[in-house]
Design a protein around this ligand. Structure first.
Ligand SMILES: NC(=O)c1ccc[n+]([C@@H]2O[C@H](COP(=O)([O-])OP(=O)(O)OC[C@H]3O[C@@H](n4cnc5c(N)ncnc54)[C@H](OP(=O)(O)O)[C@@H]3O)[C@@H](O)[C@H]2O)c1
Length: 324
């Protein structure tokens, strides 16, 4: 019988259970995917704690992305058993297998293994939507990335370089900054060494940055407003350190824009935009220009430990659950 991680009670990841479940029959247009790996994202931990905007009915299985092999398809053109795919969902991916409508799978890039496929789209998709659709980043601009050793942060470093920006990466450890450097960061800033706004001003000769990518929030967001250039765009991506406040006087003085980022919702509201972004990302992956960095791989039964790595800021890039 297949197994799934189940959240029966909201709270810490240690409350999660691993349970057998009965296979559902397929409806028209659905596919069954035998999962080989699933990706851990910070929003999964928030969802399990009941602190995410989406609150599924209990019990539910967390996990928004996975990769595996199609084992059954119900009248789906162009999809057959044996296809290697990435599966996306709003939740349900921490499991041996998943049933999804065929529009929720895409081909696994030929040069990716399953763990890479399972940890690619949420982070790179968010970073791509933020930088391209929201900030409209231009070649030659300067991009400041906070939490640059995290999932979406490291993806923003890598994509910032693909789009021709000069990237300043900030993180809390030298180890995280070393990985950001490997992914192309031009300059790195360790938060504990000096106030990052001073470092950024020095690096940019007092001009400030054009784009800020911020998955951290709180004080980091507030201080970011003090090292921006004229016409800067500040991307509000997440709040791992709390919700920041925008000082509107600083926004006005710099002719700046504060932009909210909701990658998944943007694709649901504008499927054509989502499809174009997906196509571009898969092409970049096939060309070997982007790939997730995976710091930890753990088996499905250790999903609580895997989520803890994110909560305790120990992950660098991505954490994958290995299932088969
Ligand atoms: N808007 C969207 O569409 C979207 C999509 C995906 C994720 N997100 C959000 O983006 C944020 C990052 O997600 P992720 O999956 O990339 O997470 P992650 O891999 O855990 O990275 C988060 C980074 O935040 C920093 N951080 C600072 N204070 C922290 C704290 N108290 N606890 C944990 N981390 C802290 C850490 O960097 P340092 O140790 O270097 O400070 C860490 O590397 C989350 O808020 C998530 O909900 C938003």
């Amino acid at each position: 019988m297949p197994r799934a991680v189940v959240c029966r009670e909201l709270g810490p990841p240690e409350n999660l259970l691993l349970e057998d479940f009965e296979r559902a029959t397929l409806d028209e247009g659905q596919v069954r995917v035998a999962l080989h790996a699933a990706g851990i994202n910070f929003p999964d931990a928030l969802m399990v704690a009941g602190q995410y905007q989406l609150k599924p009915d209990l019990p539910f299985t967390p996990g928004v992305e996975a990769a595996g092999e199609v084992i059954e398809a119900a009248n789906v053109q162009g999809v057959k058993a044996g296809d290697r795919v990435i599966a996306k969902a709003r939740f349900g991916c921490y499991a041996d297998e998943i049933v999804v409508p065929s529009h929720q799978i895409v081909p696994l890039p030929g040069n990716f293994n399953f763990a890479q496929g399972a940890t690619f789209l949420a982070a790179h998709g968010t970073a791509c939507h933020a930088l391209v659709d929201r900030a409209q980043i231009q070649e030659g601009e300067t991009l400041l990335v906070h939490g640059a050793g995290g999932g979406v942060g490291l993806a923003a470093v890598e994509l910032g370089k693909v789009f021709g920006a000069t990237v300043i990466a900030c993180a809390s450890s030298e180890e995280k900054l070393a990985v950001a450097k490997q992914k192309g960061a031009d300059r790195t800033v360790l938060y504990s060494r000096e106030p990052f706004r001073d470092a950024v001003k020095r690096i940019t000769d007092g001009r400030g940055v054009d784009v800020v990518f911020d998955p951290v929030g709180g004080e980091i967001f507030e201080q970011s407003l003090r090292c921006i250039a004229w016409g800067a765009r500040l991307l509000v991506v997440g709040f791992t350190a709390g919700i920041g406040k925008a000082a509107t006087n600083l926004v006005l003085i710099k002719g700046a824009s504060v932009l909210g980022v909701r990658a998944g919702e943007a694709a649901r509201k504008n499927p054509a935009l989502g499809a174009a972004r997906m196509k571009a990302l898969l092409r970049l992956a096939e060309e070997g220009r982007v790939a997730p960095h995976i710091s930890h791989r753990l088996p499905l039964e250790d999903c609580a430990k895997a989520m803890r790595l994110l909560i305790d800021r120990k992950a660098i890039g991505r954490v994958a659950l290995t299932i088969r």
